[in-house]
Design a protein around this ligand. Structure first.
Ligand code: MTE
Length: 309
């Protein structure tokens, strides 16, 4: 990460968060302007989702939708924070197949629309902390990864899960650069993947997820740095060994496999003790496991988290 630093968002980039709650009024206004919903995308790119509330939420102010969909890391579309919003517009996300295979009894290919109907789409309001020390609070919509993994029935040999994202240089101009050995890859231990917090997100703010945020489906593991959340997933595989992951392959000293948010373990080039919440001026203290310690810390008991960073 941080191939290049980009300037922080200014207050002008951020609109009124109250709009989310005044949603109906806003939708009417947006329709009149030819765009739909809070994310300001045109109708071809954003559709409302039927979602159910869930107990998984943090009581913190939501990040402005314009910032969530305008300040992104998605190197397939460029390295500047504004590149994904600009260049991912034309990404074709239908038809789309997600393969789930490997060490399981029932490997399968899932059509994205069928998948989105198969499980209730929950609203999960999570903290989102990038290893670059900025953070957001995002109302994701999606379903637990565990629900999907249970369908394919992992065998007892499965110990890890690997995530592979789309390779298509014709659609993804950033893939003409090879600083990442495409595809972008990520991985989790099986117990992390089965954890109830681990989400496959298909929406944000009650609308289908914008292309720049990882359409049509991306991973979210809120106690880990954001780069663990692979975008535009095409394959999820159950494997027996710790899989290779993109940032670890680029610089293993700076980006570990676990990458749990940890204010006590600095990145070699900057502190992880505090973070800049997008839309706020003062820095906040970073919380161990991004505030999800009570739910997840037991998965790492006995592990030296300086070594397994
Ligand atoms: N997934 C893919 N395929 N390519 C990427 O470059 N960047 C990661 C992650 N997932 C990335 C990716 C990083 S570094 C972060 S911080 C998050 O996506 C950013 O997600 P957001 O843009 O929705 O905030």
């Amino acid at each position: 990460m941080l191939i290049r630093q980009t300037p922080d968002l200014t207050e002008n980039d951020v609109t009124d968060k109250g709009l989310y709650y005044g949603r109906r009024t806003f939708m009417t206004a947006a329709a009149a302007l030819g765009s739909t919903g809070l994310l300001g995308l045109d109708a071809a790119q954003a559709a409302p989702l039927a979602t159910v509330k869930s107990p998984y939420k943090v009581d913190e102010e939501l990040t402005d939708p314009k910032a969530i969909a305008g300040y992104n890391n998605f190197y397939e579309f460029g390295t500047d924070k504004s590149d994904p919003a600009r260049y991912a517009r034309s990404l074709k996300t239908r038809p789309w197949t997600l393969v789930v295979d490997g060490l399981c009894a029932k490997p399968q290919r899932f059509d994205i629309d069928a998948l989105m109907k198969r499980f209730p789409i929950e609203e999960r309001i999570y903290r989102h902390r990038c290893v670059e020390a900025w953070s957001m609070v995002v109302p994701w919509n999606g379903f637990p990864l565990a629900s999907l993994l249970k369908v394919v029935e992992p065998t007892s040999a499965a110990k890890f899960v690997s995530f592979t994202t789309l390779v298509d240089p014709a659609q993804m101009p950033g893939q003409k650069d090879d600083f990442i050995k495409w595809p972008y890859r990520e991985g989790l231990r099986l117990d992390e993947a089965m954890h109830p917090l681990t989400l496959l997100a298909v929406g944000i703010y009650g609308e289908t997820i914008p292309n720049q945020n990882g359409a049509p489906i991306r991973l979210v593991a809120p106690w880990k740095y954001g780069f663990k959340g692979g975008k535009s997933l095409v394959k999820i595989s159950l494997v027996d060994k710790q899989p290779q992951t993109s940032w670890n392959m680029i610089n293993g000293r700076e980006y570990g496999f676990y990458s749990n948010v940890n204010p006590e373990v600095d990145h070699p080039r900057w502190s992880q003790a505090t973070e800049r919440r997008i839309g706020e001026f003062a820095r906040r203290k970073t919380l161990p496991f991004n505030g999800y310690g009570p739910q997840v810390a037991s998965m790492y008991s006995g592990m030296d988290l300086r070594k397994f960073y």
